[in-house]
Design a protein around this ligand. Structure first.
Ligand SMILES: Cc1ncc(COP(=O)(O)O)c(C=O)c1O
Length: 385
C-alpha cells in the first residue's frame, strides 16, 4: 500500500547513523549528546526508594506538585521571580515533548515559525506536522552571530512563533543580554509567541551568565520556556523535562499535553523533587563541564582541528578545513572508519546547509573516553597528508 508520508524528507537521523557506525567500527562515540558516565548514586537511591514506596501509578497530569514547587523555588533563587506552580509549570516527557506540545498548541496550517539554523532537529518536523511553515534564519560559523535586521525582515502577517535556543546545540554559542533586548524589541507590538529552548541553562562557561526569557518580563509574558532534567542531572534516558509559561498559555498547553502523554513517570518525579532540595547540584554543573571542555580542547591542540568558541552546552565544534576538502558528511564517515572517532557533521543541523567544513563533538564523556579520543586524534595529520 502506498503511504503518503507527512515527513517525506526525514529519514533515519544522522545521530542514529553515526552511533551505528561507531559500533560497527569500534569508534569512540562523540557523536550523540549524552554522558557516558553515571548520575549521582544518591539520585539513583532516591529513584529506587520511590519504586518501593508505591509511587508507581499515574502522576497528576500537570506533574508531581512537590517537583513543581521545587522548580518554582529554583527560579525564585535564580531570577527573583514568583512562578505559580499550579498554573505556570508543567512536567513533560523530556524537553522534546515540551517543544512538540508547545508547537502543537500554537500552530495552525499555513502559520509561519521563525527559528535559527543550525538547529536542534525536532523543531522543523514539529512545525511541519502541524501544517506550519518553517522559516529558518541561517547563521554561519565561525561566530554564528545574529543579524537583527535580517530577523526583522523575516516577519510577515503569517508569523505566529519564533524559536530560540541558548546555550545552543550544536554551536555552543550563547545569547547575550543585547540579543535578548533585540528580540524584545523585534517582538514588541506583534502578536508573535516565543518558544525558548533552555535545556542547557546550567552548562555555561567562563563566568558567563545564561540569559533566560524568565528574566525578561516582556519575553516571559509571551513565551514557553523549555527545560530538561536529562541534561542537568546526567539522566538523558529518564526523559523528564518541564515547560514554564504564563497561565493562559499553560492552560492551552495542558489541553494538548493531556491528550499527548497525559502524565510523566511518577517515581522519578518524586526522586527529582527530593534531589532538587540541594541547588548545589545544578549550580556546580558549569564548573564540571568547563573542566571537560578544557580537557578536550587540550587534546585537540596540534591535531589540525580548529576549535570554534564554545561558551556553553557539552558540544565542541571544530573546523577541519586544514585537514580535508571533503564535505562534512564524507569527512565524518572517514573519521569514524579510519580514525575511530564518531562526530556529527554540522550540515545535518541545517535544511539548506552552507558550504562549511565544521563537525561537532560531544565532550560529556568520562576522562578515559576523551583521552582515548585524544590518542586517536593525534594520528589525524599523518592520515590526511
Ligand atoms: C537543544 C535541545 N533541545 C531539546 C533537547 C531535548 O531534551 P530531552 O532529551 O529532555 O528531550 C535536546 C537534546 O539533545 C537539545 O539538544
Amino acid at each position: 500500500m502506498y503511504f503518503n508520508s507527512k515527513l517525506p524528507n526525514d529519514g533515519t537521523t544522522i545521530f542514529t547513523v553515526m552511533s551505528n557506525m561507531a559500533k560497527e567500527f569500534g569508534a569512540v562515540n562523540l557523536s550523540q549528546g549524552f554522558p557516558d558516565f553515571e548520575p549521582d548514586p544518591y539520585l539513583l537511591e532516591l529513584a529506587t526508594q520511590y519504586f518501593y514506596q508505591g509511587k508507581n501509578q499515574y502522576a497528576q497530569m500537570t506533574g508531581v506538585p512537590l517537583l513543581r514547587e521545587r522548580l518554582s523555588e529554583k527560579f525564585n533563587g535564580l531570577y527573583g521571580i514568583h512562578l505559580h506552580e499550579e498554573d505556570e509549570i508543567t512536567i513533560t516527557a523530556g524537553g522534546t515533548q515540551g517543544i512538540f506540545t508547545a508547537i502543537s498548541t500554537l500552530i495552525r496550517p499555513g502559520e509561519e515559525v521563525i527559528y535559527f539554523e543550525p538547529a536542534y532537529d525536532s523543531y522543523r518536523p514539529a512545525i511541519e506536522l502541524c501544517g506550519g511553515i518553517a522559516k529558518p534564519i541561517i547563521l554561519e560559523g565561525p561566530d554564528y552571530t545574529i543579524d537583527w535586521s535580517l530577523v526583522r525582515k523575516m516577519f510577515s502577517a503569517q508569523t505566529k512563533l519564533i524559536i530560540i535556543n541558548t546555550p545552543n546545540n550544536p554551536t555552543g554559542r550563547i545569547w547575550s543580554a543585547n540579543d535578548m533586548l533585540n528580540l524584545q524589541q523585534v517582538l514588541s507590538n506583534t502578536e508573535v509567541y516565543l518558544l525558548s529552548d533552555e535545556v542547557y541553562e546550567h552548562l555555561i562557561f567562563d563566568g558567563k551568565k545564561h540569559e533566560s526569557i524568565l528574566n525578561y518580563p516582556e519575553l516571559r509574558a509571551r513565551g514557553f520556556a523549555v527545560f530538561s532534567f536529562g541534561k542537568t542531572y546526567h539522566v538523558t534516558g529518564w526523559k523528564i523535562g518541564y515547560v514554564v509559561a504564563p497561565p493562559l498559555l499553560t492552560k492551552e498547553f495542558r489541553k494538548v499535553h493531556q491528550f499527548n502523554v497525559f502524565s510523566v513517570n511518577t517515581p522519578l518525579q518524586y526522586a527529582l523533587a527530593d534531589y532538587m532540595e540541594d541547588p548545589g547540584q545544578y549550580m556546580k554543573l558549569n564548573h564540571f563541564y568547563e573542566e571537560k571542555r578544557d580537557y578536550f580542547l587540550a587534546l585537540l591542540s596540534g591535531t589540525g582541528l580548529k576549535p570554534l568558541s564554545c561558551e556553553g552546552t557539552y558540544f565542541q565544534c571544530c573546523d577541519y578545513s586544514e585537514l580535508s576538502s571533503e564535505n562534512d558528511i564524507e569527512f565524518t564517515k572517514w573519521l569514524v572508519k579510519e580514525v575511530g572517532i564518531a562526530a556529527i557533521p554540522l550540515s545535518s543541523f541545517y535544511h539548506n546547509p552552507p558550504n562549511a567544513r565544521i563537525i561537532r563533538f560531544c565532550f560529556a564523556k568520562k576522562e578515559e573516553t576523551l583521552a582515548l579520543a585524544g590518542e586517536r586524534l593525534k594520528r589525524l595529520r599523518k592520515l590526511t597528508q
